[in-house]
Write a protein that binds this ligand. Structure first.
Ligand code: ADP
Ligand code: ZN
Length: 710
C-alpha cells in the first residue's frame, strides 16, 4: 500500500505536476488497483479524471473510457497527450482508417487510455474481449444510464453486457449527479453489484455565491453586469438567460459597450454554434450569453464567472450551471439575478409542466435559496443532504448578513391592500396603491379610495417589491398565473393579516442609487493595467498561439491556475518555472521556454535564459533519468547531453560520489588509459562509436580530479 501510494504519487507529479491527491482520489485508486469496482460521485471540477487516469498508468494494458460526448473526448485526449500520456479516441468524427490504426496500436500495447462512445464500443467489443489487454473500464458521465438522471441516453443501458465480456476487469463509474435513484440505477444496470461507493463533498469552496434582487429591469441588470465585468477584465464567463432573444439582445448590448460577447442558443445553426463555442474555448470570445443549451460537454477549465440573468427553475440546474466556473480550482464568482418577473414566469412554466407538484416544490426551494437569510452554501449543501456546519465566508450573506426584522406590519399593509381590491392586482399595481400613486389606472378603478391607499409611501417601489417577494416565498401570497399574474392571499396570509401570526423578514436596504444614469462604457477607458494583469494577458496570448499551432484548446496547454502561479512567482529560469504546481514533465519540456521568455521580457531581461537547455537536463537527472532517456525525451543527441553533464561536473553540480551514475568505472579506466597512451590524441567516434559520449564525461571527471589534487 505504501508502494502503491509512492508510485501513484510519482506518476501524479510526473504527468500532471501535482504534489498530492485530493481527498477520495487515492482511495478510489487503491480500490481499483486491487481489482474491485467503484462508483465515484464528485462535483464538477472535483477531479474525477485523475481517479481512472492514474490506475490506467499503473496497470498493465489499456483502459477504456466510455464517454458520451465527442467534443469532450477530443478535449480529454488532447489534455492527456499534452501531458505526455499515450491516449486516443475512436469516434465517428474521424476517418475509419484512423480508427483502425488506433485499434491496431491498442493491440500493440501503445495506448494507455482509449476514449470511445458507448455505441462504438458495443459494436467492437465482441472482437476485443479475447484479443486485447484491457486494464480497466471507466464509464464517465455514468448518470446517462439512468432514466431518473437529467441526461438519459438509451445507448448507455446496453452497456450491461460489458461485465460478461470482461468479468475480471475492474469497472469504475463516475458522475457528478448524486441522487440515490440514479446511483442505484448505475450499479444495477452496469452489473456492478459489489462496487464500493465513493462520495466526495459537493462543496465548491472556490465559487463565490451572490444573489442580486435589486436589479430587475433590463437596464438595471445591464448596469450591474457592467460593474461585475469591470471587476473581471478579460476573463471568460457565461451569462445564462431564460429566453433566446435575451441572449441575443444582451450580447448585442455588451458588444456595443466594448466587450467580446456572443450569444448561443438552440436556434442557431450547428455550424454557428460550433464556431462560437470554439472561439469561447480559446478565449477569443470572453462572454457567452446563452440559454441552458450551452454548457453540456464544455470542459473549459478557466471559466472565471457565471451570471444567471434569470433565476433557474431548480437548485440542481443552478448548481450544475454555476459549477461550470472555476473547474481549475481557482477562485470564480457567481451572481444570480432574482426578480418577481422570474418567479411569475417560472410559476407559469411549472403549472404547465407535467409534474406540477415536484416542480413547484423545487421552484419553492430555489426561491428559498434566493431569499436566503443564512449562509447560501449551507443552504445548497443541505439541499444535497450534505453536512456543512459553519458559515462559508464566501457568499453575499456571510459577507453582509441581512438584518432580521419583524415584518408583520409590512405584510399586513400589503395583504389588506390586496384584499380590498378583491385580489385583482399584480405586483406593480399593488405597489402603486401602497405608495399612493395617482396614475390613471389607479384613479380609473377608484383604488385611491381604499383604506390602504398610500400607507406605504415611505418606501421606494424597489423595496416594496423585495418585501412582496419575501411574502411570496414565505407562502403568504401566491401568483395566479392564469389571471394576469394577480396576487392571491393564502390561508397563512389571512392569518397574518388577522394578527394571529407574526412573521420575520430580512431587512431590505437599497445599497445603490438606482436612479443613476447608465454611462456609456468602453473597455478601453478602463484604468491602466497592473504589471500582473499585463503579464497574465501576455501569457494568455502566447498560450493561444501554441494552442492554435497544435490544434488543441488553450487551457490544455497550461491551465489558468498555472498561469496565475507564473504571474505570482515570475520565474525567469527553467528551475524556477519547474517549481510551479500543475505542470507535468512533458509540458515543462515543451512549453517552458516561450513562457519563461514572456516573463523575462516583461521584467526587462533578455528573452532567452542562458543555460536553459542545461537546466532541463539537470532537472531530468534529478528525476532519476539516465542520459539515454534524457536524450530521447528531449530529442537531442547523446553527445549534447554528455556535454551538459560535463559542465555539471565542472561546476560541482554533480558531486564525485555521483560520477559513476554516468559512466561505469571500468569504462572510465579504459578511456583514461588510452588518454595516457595517446596523450589525448585519439578520435573518440572512431574508437568508441555510439559510446563516444563517454569520453566527454571521462575527460570532465579527469579534469575535476586533477583540480582537486592540485
Ligand atoms: P471533473 O471531471 O470531476 O469535473 P477534472 O478531472 O476535470 O474534474 O479536474 C478538475 C481540475 O482539478 C483539473 O484542472 C485537474 O487538473 C485538477 N486536479 C485534479 N486532481 C488534482 C490534484 N490532486 N491536485 C491538484 N489539482 C487537481
Ligand atoms: Zn456563506
Amino acid at each position: 500500500m505504501i508502494d502503491l501510494q509512492k508510485s501513484a504519487l510519482s506518476l501524479l507529479k510526473r504527468f500532471f505536476g501535482y504534489d498530492s491527491f485530493r481527498p477520495i482520489q487515492f482511495d478510489v485508486i487503491q480500490e481499483v488497483m486491487s481489482g474491485r469496482d467503484a462508483l465515484v460521485l464528485m462535483p464538477t471540477g472535483g477531479g474525477k479524471s485523475i481517479c481512472y487516469q492514474i490506475p490506467a498508468l499503473l496497470r498493465d494494458g489499456c483502459t477504456i473510457v466510455i464517454s458520451p460526448l465527442l467534443a469532450l473526448m477530443k478535449d480529454q485526449v488532447d489534455g492527456l497527450r499534452a501531458n505526455g500520456i499515450p491516449a486516443a479516441a475512436i469516434n465517428s468524427m474521424q476517418r475509419e482508417a484512423t480508427n483502425r490504426e488506433i485499434i491496431e496500436k491498442v493491440h500493440e500495447g501503445k495506448v494507455k487510455l482509449l476514449y470511445i462512445s458507448p455505441e462504438r464500443l458495443l459494436s467492437e467489443v465482441s472482437m476485443w474481449s479475447s484479443t486485447m489487454n484491457i486494464s480497466m473500464i471507466a464509464i464517465d458521465e455514468a448518470h446517462c444510464i439512468s432514466q431518473w438522471g437529467h441526461d438519459f441516453r438509451p445507448e448507455y443501458t446496453k452497456l450491461a453486457v460489458l461485465k460478461q465480456y470482461f468479468p475480471n476487469v475492474p469497472f469504475m463509474a463516475l458522475t457528478a449527479t448524486a441522487d440515490k435513484l440514479t446511483r442505484e440505477d448505475i450499479l444495477r444496470q452496469m452489473r456492478m453489484k459489489d462496487a464500493r461507493l465513493f462520495i466526495s463533498s459537493f462543496d465548491r469552496p472556490n465559487l463565490s455565491l451572490a444573489v442580486d434582487a435589486d436589479a430587475t429591469t433590463g437596464r438595471q441588470k445591464l448596469e450591474r453586469i457592467d460593474e461585475f465585468l469591470q471587476r473581471h477584465p478579460a476573463q471568460s464567463g457565461i451569462i445564462y438567460c431564460l429566453a433566446r432573444n435575451t441572449t441575443e439582445s444582451l450580447a448585442e448590448d455588451l458588444r456595443s459597450m466594448g466587450y467580446k460577447a456572443a450569444c448561443y442558443h438552440a436556434g442557431l445553426s450547428t455550424e454557428e454554434r460550433m464556431l462560437i463555442q470554439q472561439q469561447f474555448l480559446n478565449d477569443e470570445i470572453e462572454i457567452m450569453c446563452a440559454t441552458i443549451a450551452f454548457g453540456m460537454g464544455i470542459d473549459k477549465s478557466n471559466i472565471r464567472w457565471v451570471i444567471h440573468y434569470n433565476m433557474p427553475k431548480n437548485v440542481e440546474c443552478y448548481y450544475q450551471e454555476i459549477g461550470r466556473a472555476g473547474r481549475d480550482g481557482m477562485a470564480a464568482d457567481t451572481l444570480m439575478f432574482y426578480s418577481y418577473a422570474d418567479v411569475a414566469m417560472l410559476t407559469h412554466f411549472v403549472e404547465e409542466s407535467g409534474q406540477m407538484d415536484i416542480n413547484r416544490e423545487k421552484l419553492q426551494r430555489m426561491q428559498e435559496y434566493a431569499e436566503a437569510g443564512i449562509c447560501r452554501r449551507r443552504m445548497l449543501l443541505s439541499y444535497f443532504n450534505e453536512r456543512y456546519d459553519h458559515d462559508c465566508g464566501n457568499c453575499d450573506v456571510c459577507r453582509n448578513p441581512p438584518k432580521r426584522i419583524d415584518g408583520t406590519l409590512l405584510a399586513q399593509k400589503a395583504i389588506s391592500a390586496i384584499a380590498r381590491v378583491d385580489e385583482k392586482v399584480g405586483l406593480n399595481m399593488l405597489i402603486d396603491i401602497l405608495r399612493g400613486s395617482r396614475k390613471a389606472a389607479i384613479l380609473e378603478r377608484g383604488y385611491d379610495k381604499i383604506k390602504t391607499f398610500g400607507v406605504g409611501a415611505d418606501m421606494p417601489p424597489m423595496v416594496w417589491s423585495r418585501y412582496i417577494l419575501q411574502m411570496l416565498q414565505l407562502g403568504l401570497l401566491e401568483i395566479a398565473y392564469n389571471e394576469d399574474n394577480h396576487l392571491k392571499i393564502t390561508p397563512y396570509g389571512w392569518d397574518v393579516v388577522r394578527g394571529s401570526h407574526r412573521i420575520e423578514m430580512s431587512q431590505v436596504l437599497l445599497v445603490r442609487n438606482t436612479a443613476r444614469t447608465a454611462r456609456p462604457f468602453r473597455q478601453s477607458d478602463m484604468r491602466e493595467w497592473t504589471f500582473e494583469e499585463k503579464l497574465f494577458a501576455e501569457l494568455k496570448r502566447v498560450r493561444l498561439e501554441i494552442a492554435k499551432s497544435e490544434g488543441v484548446q488553450a487551457y490544455n496547454v497550461l491551465s489558468d491556475k498555472v498561469l496565475s502561479e507564473v504571474v505570482k512567482t515570475t520565474p525567469v529560469n527553467f528551475l524556477e518555472f519547474a517549481e510551479i504546481s500543475g505542470i507535468g514533465e512533458a509540458k515543462l519540456l515543451n512549453y517552458s521556454k516561450p513562457f519563461i521568455s514572456v516573463v523575462r521580457k516583461m521584467k526587462g531581461l533578455p528573452a532567452t535564459q542562458t543555460g536553459l537547455s542545461e537546466d532541463m537536463t539537470f532537472y531530468l537527472i534529478n528525476k532519476g533519468y539516465d542520459m539515454l532517456e534524457i536524450a530521447e525525451k528531449r530529442g537531442l543527441k547523446l553527445s549534447t547531453i554528455a556535454s551538459h553533464v560535463s559542465k555539471f561536473i565542472q561546476f560541482d553540480k554533480i558531486k564525485p560520489n555521483q560520477y559513476w551514475a554516468f559512466i561505469a568505472p571500468y569504462d572510465y579506466e579504459e578511456i583514461m588509459n588510452r588518454y595516457k597512451q595517446t596523450g589525448g590524441k585519439f578520435n573518440a567516434v572512431e574508437v568508441y562509436g555510439a559510446d563516444a559520449y563517454k569520453v566527454t564525461i571521462a575527460f570532465a571527471i579527469n579534469r575535476k580530479r586533477q583540480q582537486i589534487t592540485q
